[in-house]
Design a protein around this ligand. Structure first.
Ligand code: ADP
Ligand code: ADP
Length: 225
């Protein structure tokens, strides 16, 4: 697990200041929710950490190494988005293994890694299915397996379960918690849902208009008016 430090991040889109001098400290192995209303800069912040969004200024380090110059694939980061974005023509195992080998058959040790990760997300028997044969929850478990396959030190999730029904969302939160505990990955979970943030995380950061305006333990955030 890695320590993630962001300092004085600024991201502007024209007149809009999406991220406004934001500081972030994620302890190694911590599980943090980034909570705030739609449009407050959660996705943009995650994009900066993942390397998908270049900030106008500021710095991001992972275990003391500045990462702002490195492309997403060079960062020790796994990313799960709201929409799973699976390859429709590839089966589940190939979708999960895509980052290891984009073309050609997987090597046997790679197949073993994929099988191990499918087991961890409880998709043991679904490796040969195509994405259109999966439920929404299964698709998000494929995304999780893919994000975790290369054992990232940081896991970033952007409203990963917001398209699932409430009961399934609770199940999926339990699964993410277990994967976090088993793999010891520093986790940042973006949500606009306070109940979800409080349920899933050990620490909640409240974002408003691109700034961290509060936070604390789930109990503190839950009982605050
Ligand atoms: P959240 O994830 O909290 O909903 P976002 O990070 O998506 O917030 O957006 C923060 C602000 O930046 C919003 O005002 C949004 O409209 C704006 N924004 C986000 N991405 C872009 C973009 N690519 N171009 C222009 N404005 C953007
Ligand atoms: P989310 O709800 O996940 O934050 P949105 O629906 O706000 O996503 O935005 C979808 C896409 O459009 C994202 O890639 C975001 O960066 C971009 N976007 C958001 N707001 C704007 C904007 N005002 N102008 C241009 N692109 C935007």
């Amino acid at each position: 697990a890695a320590r993630v430090v962001a300092r004085d991040l600024v991201v502007r889109f024209g007149e809009t200041v999406a991220v406004d001098h934001l500081d972030l400290d994620l302890e190694p192995g911590s599980f943090t929710a980034l909570l705030g209303p739609s449009g407050c800069g959660k996705s943009t912040t995650l994009g900066v950490l993942a390397g998908l969004q270049r900030p106008d200024s500021g710095s991001v380090s992972i275990d003391g190494v500045e990462v702002l110059g490195s492309p997403p694939e060079r960062r020790p980061v796994g990313l799960v988005l709201q929409k799973p974005l699976l390859f429709p023509h590839l089966d589940v195992a190939r979708n999960v293994g895509f980052g290891l080998r984009m073309a050609g058959a997987l090597r046997s040790h790679e197949r073993a890694e994929v099988a191990d990760m499918l087991r961890r997300v409880r998709l043991d028997d679904l490796g040969t299915r195509r994405p259109h044969e999966l439920s929404g929850g299964q698709e998000q478990r494929v995304s999780l397996a893919r994000a975790l396959l290369r054992r990232p030190r940081v896991l970033l999730l952007d409203e990963p379960f917001s398209q699932l029904d409430p009961e399934l969302r609770a199940d999926m939160r339990t699964l993410v918690r277990r994967l976090h505990d088993e793999l010891g990955v520093t986790t940042l979970f973006v949500t606009h849902d306070r109940d979800e943030a409080v349920d899933v995380a050990d620490r909640v950061l409240v974002l408003d208009r691109g700034r961290v305006v509060g936070g604390g333990t789930p109990e503190e955030v839950y009982t605050r008016p």
